[in-house]
Structures are given as structure tokens and as C-alpha cells.
Design a protein around this ligand. Structure first.
Ligand code: ATP
Ligand code: MG
Length: 226
């Protein structure tokens, strides 16, 4: 067996909205090696986010198979899939998706509730993770009191809450200025050096250049894999 932590075979996804059918993915087969850094690039509407949602188990394919850490996720019930996702995957999205009424520390701690850790342990770990992303001085700040880059680093800390092997990021710097982008990228590259498997959808040339592998998505298919 090779060491692919994610593998897909002939993945298809069709969305049907009323009478409109969209073939978002038209047969995607790929392998993501463990501890690798992969950039997914391609034009708007060509299927990148759909692919990320499927490999992260947030949605199910219309056809094809997905293996995540050795498990064929199509065969799992929704609850077992949710449990696998919580253990193995951290998601970071373009619009940070933080809860606005909670502090940075609470946003990170709530991600651990699923794993059932005691509350005291949750807030200790939340502080550790926020320290890792350089935000120890912002534990009690609400998202509205943080810059975009700081909010995204809280989102990264939250994604790390259950110590996932895989970080899936969908344009994590899409809404940041260049300084905040640099802060976030430093964090992402460091996590990769520490052994995380990183898959990142990006329009940023610097990230694509520094990635070990680039997957090009066009019209629901992979057109290049370098
Ligand atoms: N929930 C949905 N229902 C119906 N159609 C959808 C849904 N999600 C995505 N699509 C369609 O599927 C296609 C692929 O969308 P996707 O979001 O994967 O593109 P993308 O490559 O991530 O684009 P962007 O770079 O703009 O984020 C598009 O035509 C989109 O309109
Ligand atoms: Mg997208």
C-alpha cells in the first residue's frame, strides 16, 4: 500500500437545482501523499470547493470513491463520517466562519466539544493553540475586535483543535491584505514542516510556487498534476 492519506477514484458530483443540472466534477482521480503540501488551482466555478468538500467528507459524491486515511468514506454512515472528519480533518474557509459572540479562546474551545474533553482541558488547549498562531494576547477578543489575518489565525487554531492529520483550506487568504496573508502563510508553512498534510485551494502564485504539488482543476476534471 502506498502512503496516500487521501485517494479518490473517478469522482463525480452533480448538483440539481430545479431544472438545472450542474456537473461540478466529472471524474476526478487523485492521490494526496501523507505530510505533503498540495495546492489546488483553477478558475472560478470549475469545481475546486466541491472537490474539497467531498474529500473532507462534508458532502457526498454522486459517483466514484473516496478513501480517507484508509477508510472508504462512501460506506460510512453519516455519524461515523462525522466522527472520522472530526478526528482527521481541520477545515479553514475563505470567510473565517468564527462565531461572532464568542471570544477567540471560546471559538477554539468549542471545536473540542465533539471530542468530549473536559471544559478545563478545552480552554487550556485553546490557549496553547492560540499561542502557536501568535495570538496569546487576544484570547478574550471577539472576532469583530480582530484584524482579518488574526481572525484567520483563530480559524486555523480552531481547525487544529482535535490535532487532525489533514488541513483542508479553501482560499484561506482570499480576503486578506498582503501583510495578513503573510502571517497566515507563515503559520500554514510551519504546520506543514511539522508534518501536517496540507491541501490548499488558492489563487495566490506564491503559495502555488512553494507547494510541493499542484493540482489543476478545469471544468470538473484534473488537467494537470505536477
Ligand atoms: N450547492 C450547490 N448547488 C448547486 N450548484 C452548485 C453548488 N455548489 C457549487 N455549485 C456549482 O458547481 C460548480 C463548481 O462550483 P465550486 O464551488 O466547486 O467552484 P470553485 O472552483 O470553488 O469556484 P471559486 O473559485 O469561485 O470558489 C459551479 O458551477 C457552481 O455553480
Ligand atoms: Mg470555491
Amino acid at each position: 500500500m502506498n502512503d496516500a492519506i487521501i485517494r479518490t477514484e473517478n469522482l463525480h458530483k452533480t448538483y440539481t437545482t430545479g431544472k438545472i443540472t450542474t456537473h461540478a466534477l466529472r471524474g476526478v482521480s487523485l492521490e494526496i501523499p501523507r505530510s505533503s503540501f498540495t495546492a489546488i488551482v483553477g478558475r472560478s466555478g470549475h469545481g475546486k470547493s466541491t472537490l474539497m468538500h467531498l474529500i473532507g467528507g462534508l458532502d457526498r459524491p454522486t459517483g466514484g470513491t473516496i478513501f480517507l486515511a484508509g477508510e472508504e468514506i462512501n460506506r460510512l454512515s453519516n455519524s461515523r463520517l462525522a466522527a472520522l472528519r472530526a478526528r482527521k480533518i481541520g477545515f479553514v474557509f475563505q470567510f473565517f466562519n468564527l462565531l461572532s459572540s464568542l471570544t477567540a479562546e471560546e471559538n477554539v474551545a468549542t471545536a473540542m466539544m465533539f471530542a468530549g474533553a473536559p471544559e478545563k482541558r478545552q480552554s487550556e488547549r485553546a490557549r496553547e493553540l492560540l499561542s502557536l498562531v501568535g495570538l496569546l494576547d487576544k484570547l478574550k477578543a471577539k472576532p469583530s475586535e480582530l484584524s482579518g489575518g488574526q481572525q484567520q489565525r483563530v480559524a486555523i487554531a480552531r481547525a487544529l483543535a482535535n490535532d487532525p492529520e489533514i488541513l483542508l483550506m479553501d482560499e484561506p487568504t482570499g480576503n486578506l491584505d498582503s501583510e495578513s496573508e503573510a502571517e497566515v502563510l507563515d503559520t500554514v508553512f510551519r504546520l506543514h514542516r511539522e508534518g501536517k498534510t496540507v491541501v490548499i485551494v488558492t489563487h495566490n502564485n506564491e503559495i502555488a510556487r512553494r507547494a510541493e504539488r499542484i493540482i489543476k482543476v478545469k471544468d470538473g476534471r484534473i488537467t494537470g498534476n505536477e
